[in-house]
Write a protein that binds this ligand. Structure first.
Ligand code: FAD
Length: 456
């Protein structure tokens, strides 16, 4: 018998329940990835993610070849392509990871309809994209948790299945032809410092992280210049690492760093369960604050300064330039740049979220849109009107200014924390025509925000 394993957001061989189930119950399998025209034409497929995806697919193919198999890649409508492969190979079963996004769940329904009418069985596996399925734990009176802490408590109490090893051998049928996956160099518009994708790279990073990073995570995770987070987010987004395996590995290492890290992994699942219950929150306010966001030429000018990393607030600019250069940004940077756009500049969170999605290699609808809503105060934050001061934040999380100097060369000659307030510099160092003046005074931005939200 033949079974198709449809890879989606789970581009790995380790800890892969659909692959394991297919190998256990069929003689041969067809590992399949469909470059889904629905996603590639939606505008969601940004160059950084397409380049990272190329790495992932080439690496998955290499891993399968080492085990006697290969990856089949097709392009088009995913349901149509699966149907075609089923009829080309006579497959009786199709295995896929349970979808956690609305898009993936629709895909699952369409697959079920198309396959089952032809007598092919669809097997949907939980615990692949997230450790705990969205909706698996709910509070008494709602279909999802709107507050993180009680969710974290329930989530932590869930039994997480054991992680599986990668298969040793894979047998594939002769026949169905595959498209060639172009190298990442074929994608244009990619960030210069983009990280490398693929499961092998993910596992190297995981090993290094467990040895050198995890123990210090609790203390170091907010330190912008220390850059002491795992940088595993793109691997979680593309599924080159399994969240189940990560949780087990962190828990077995133990300690405060591991606990703090598992808590962050839970944030990822928290946002997924919110969006699964409220799919419209990808575009609409989760909780409306009746905002009349700024628009017009003035606002556009400010947005452009923010996008380019030229707001005149060094830590904001450093983070925005890191995003453009690497397709990734430190979480503290994401918090303060999103807070700056939505509160200090009072610009619609959707504009900022789109810019992030255009560049982030880990760009993910649930985590991006809901973190943006959190910072805009339209999401699940219980203190929706708090405003982060970028100067205070800069001094706290980049105390010696080295993060700013790394990304803002115009200020490279300013030493220490003085780099966070270039407008205070006197003497020759003050003559800095290439670095902009602040786009707005912080006090004016705050007053505008408080008035708009009716807080005074
Ligand atoms: P670590 O600190 O090492 O954390 C480990 C993992 O936990 C991360 O890889 C991630 O999967 C998860 N995680 C950590 N913090 C969060 C969080 N606040 N929300 C959800 N998951 C979290 N994360 C994305 O994966 N995709 C996004 O598109 C995204 N957009 C964001 C937009 C804004 C405005 C903000 C404030 C945060 C966003 N995040 C997003 C969350 C977080 O910033 C990144 O997950 C994190 O910076 C990734 O770096 P890391 O892997 O080194 O994280």
């Amino acid at each position: 018998t033949v079974a198709v394993v449809l890879f989606t957001s789970d581009l790995r061989l380790h800890d892969h329940p659909p692959l394991r189930a297919a190998l256990a119950s069929s003689d041969e399998i067809v590992p399949l990835f469909v470059r889904d025209s629905g996603i590639e034409e939606s505008g969601f497929a940004a160059p950084n993610r397409l380049a990272f995806l190329s790495d992932c697919l080439r690496d998955l193919d290499a891993g399968l070849r080492e085990r006697g198999g290969r990856l089949l890649v097709r392009s088009g409508d995913v349901v149509g392509e699966v149907g075609r492969i089923v009829s080309e190979t006579g497959a009786a079963d199709v295995h896929v990871a349970a979808g956690v996004s609305a898009y993936a769940r629709r895909r699952e329904e369409r697959l079920r309809e198309a396959l089952e009418s032809g007598g092919t069985r669809l097997h949907v596996h939980d615990g692949v994209v997230t450790a705990v399925a969205p909706g698996a734990v709910t509070p008494a009176a709602s279909d999802h948790f709107a507050v993180f802490t009680p969710y974290f408590r329930r989530w932590s109490a869930q039994r997480v299945r054991d992680a599986f090893a990668a298969p040793r051998t894979v047998r594939v049928p002769d026949g169905p032809g595959s498209e060639k996956v172009p190298a990442r160099g074929a994608v244009s518009g990619v960030s210069e410092g983009l990280a490398e994708g693929g499961e092998r790279q993910a596992r190297k990073q995981l090993t290094a992280w467990r040895r050198h990073g995890l123990a210090g995570y609790e203390e170091g995770h907010d330190d912008l210049s220390g850059d002491a987070t795992s940088r595993l987010s793109p691997h979680l987004h593309f599924g080159t690492l399994s969240p189940v395996e990560l949780i087990h590995r962190a828990r077995s290492a133990g300690g405060a760093g591991a606990e703090a890290f598992v808590r962050q992994l839970c944030w990822r699942e928290f946002h997924h369960q919110v969006l699964a219950a409220r799919p419209a929150a990808s575009r609409q306010d989760y909780r409306t604050r009746h905002d009349h966001w700024r628009s017009g030429a003035d606002a556009s000018k400010d947005v452009e300064a923010w996008r380019q990393g030229r707001t005149g607030y060094p830590v904001v600019d450093a983070a925005m330039r890191q995003l453009r250069h690497e397709g990734w940004m430190h979480n503290r940077g994401r918090l303060l740049t999103a807070g700056f756009l939505t509160k200090t500049l009072y610009v619609d969170w959707r504009i900022g979220a789109q810019h992030f999605l255009d560049l982030l290699v880990d760009g993910d609808v649930a985590n991006n849109q809901l973190n943006w809503q959190w910072m805009a105060g339209t999401g699940t934050d219980s203190r929706p009107n708090r405003v982060l001061n970028p100067v205070v934040q800069g001094k706290r999380y980049d105390p010696d200014g080295s993060y700013v100097r790394r990304w803002v060369p115009e200020l490279a000659a300013v030493s220490g924390a003085a780099v966070h307030e270039p407008w205070k510099l006197r003497g020759p160092a003050h003559d800095r025509p290439d670095y902009p003046q602040p786009v707005v005074e912080l006090a004016d931005g705050l007053a505008r925000f408080r008035k708009a939200r009716g807080l005074d």
